[in-house]
Design a protein. Structure first.
Length: 470
């Protein structure tokens, strides 16, 4: 009972009855991904650490309890106190479970990138949940980091701060690492896990490397996360990746960092769920996608362990919903979809954009040179596929603005840009584009969750003409 105290009811001695739900955290099973290995031609042993069997359904139960127990010992958390934490959901659940057992209130701050299931789940545990926009930098007052900081001060609350709390990685050094060493008989050769707060991968790596420095530790990271050299945005997978380096980040422990796209993460999660009968989420799909790369080049006698942080039950309205997947261009609803419309455009440039700092004059020149009437305004470019869309410009709006004030020609276009263009998935039906273009002059087409092209009414007319001519 690693999480309990010494005051367990003596009447339970000699029984298999846990003193509380907190004593059920840890000792999660390790299972071979046999079907996945067969499909991908993998010869080594590929096994998954099933953190879904923790009471809260994720690996975050471990540090949540460790951080609360440490705060109690240090006098930072008093009886009846309030816990405030920014979370993508799983740490919040772990904290809520511990708080319910020990009599604390909870306030959790999340971003609007998180699925509704996670918000509902936290509220089911009696927590207050505040949702903040994801498309703001960490220092912005609206960011979920800053909102959590403000609420902590306003309510004189305790903030575990999983991003900086040393008890986050310590929990995994004390439990996850030893479990893996014991479960593999000390024969583990590779450990693969997603990197977010870095508590899981760093803590587990510390223990494993102490036992055998030759064990390879591999961090799976969303494309565009800072860990693999990106800016931190944009990506859709939840709970992993960051736009800053948390305190538990320790590159000296990681032998490799593998960037994985949203598309690979989500499609791998769906495949593992179908082929193995193990329902995993997007971050689990990301970890497995990285582990597959590792396992394919491993020796036949190697044991590659991948940590699955949580269940796919928290993502049913996202990655397991075909409509949501098609909206972001991860799936195709039909053969004659929006991709077929783009194929009829000939030599028209498909990836046109302007940066927020480009002037109105430069924007007009780009429109004129390429014969287009609308452009997205994007940050984090090039390439366009990695762009964070911040707005759009339309030639009619620019014409009116310049007519009213000719001096804006040398003004950054972000000062006069319009809201973002409506989005549509590259695999969605043409009929949807027709309906949407009745209300908007252009659409932004997404493929794999990333911007691909701008679709206009002229594009549809060209497509219909091509279809009519056979």
């Amino acid at each position: 009972m690693p999480w309990g105290d010494d005051s367990a009811d003596t009447r339970l001695h000699g029984t298999s009855i846990a003193d509380s739900v907190l004593d059920l955290v840890g000792n999660t099973p390790l299972v071979r991904l046999k079907r996945t290995s067969e499909i991908h031609g993998i010869e080594c042993v590929l096994a998954m650490k099933m953190e879904t069997t923790n009471p809260g359904g994720s690996s975050k139960d471990r540090p949540a309890i460790e951080m609360i127990l440490a705060a109690e010992r240090d006098g930072l958390l008093k009886p009846g106190g309030t816990i405030v934490e920014p979370t993508s959901g799983n740490t919040g659940v772990g904290l809520a479970i511990a708080a319910a057992q020990r009599g604390y209130k909870c306030v959790f701050v999340m971003t609007d990138k998180n699925g509704p299931e996670k918000i509902t789940l936290l509220r089911a545990y009696g927590a207050e949940v505040i949702v903040c926009p994801v498309a703001v930098p960490p220092e912005d007052p609206q960011s979920y980091y800053k909102v959590a900081e403000r609420i902590t001060n306003e309510r004189n609350a305790f903030r575990p701060n999983q991003y900086a709390n040393p008890n986050n990685p310590l929990a995994h050094e004390k439990t996850t690492g030893p479990e893996l060493w014991r479960q593999t008989g000390g024969r583990i050769t590779h450990f693969v896990a997603g990197a977010g707060t870095c508590g899981t991968i760093t803590g587990t790596a510390r223990y494993l490397k102490q036992q055998n420095p030759n064990i390879k530790v591999v961090a799976a990271d969303p494309e565009m996360s800072v860990f693999s050299g990106g800016s931190g945005r944009p990506y859709l997978v939840e709970g992993v990746g960051e736009d800053f380096f948390p305190a538990a980040w320790d590159a000296s422990l990681y032998d490799e960092i593998i960037p994985i796209s949203d598309e690979a993460s989500f499609l791998t999660a769906r495949q593992v769920s179908r082929e193995e009968g193990i329902l995993i989420g997007g971050s689990g799909g990301l970890a497995v996608a990285a582990a597959l790369q590792v396992a394919k080049r491993a020796d036949p006698d190697d044991i590659v362990v991948v940590l699955n942080p949580d269940s796919g039950r928290g993502y049913l309205s996202r990655i397991f919903d075909d409509s949501w997947m098609a909206t972001f261009g991860f799936l195709r609803e039909c053969d004659q979809c929006i991709a077929a419309v783009l194929d009829t455009r000939g030599d028209t440039p498909s990836l046109l954009y302007v940066n927020p700092s480009d002037t109105v004059r430069q924007t007009i020149e780009i429109m004129r040179a390429n014969g287009v009437s609308q452009l997205p305004v994007c940050k984090n470019t090039p390439p366009f596929a990695n762009a964070e869309v911040s707005g759009s410009v339309d030639e009619l709006d620019l014409m009116e603005s310049v007519y009213q004030d000719p001096s804006i020609m040398d003004t950054p276009v972000e000062k006069v840009m319009s809201p973002k263009l409506p989005t549509v998935g590259v695999g969605q039906k043409v009929a949807l584009a027709v309906e949407m273009l009745d209300k908007s002059p252009a659409l932004l087409v997404l493929s794999g969750g990333r911007p691909l092209s701008v679709l206009t009414r002229t594009d549809l007319l060209t497509y219909f003409e091509a279809v009519a001519n056979g």
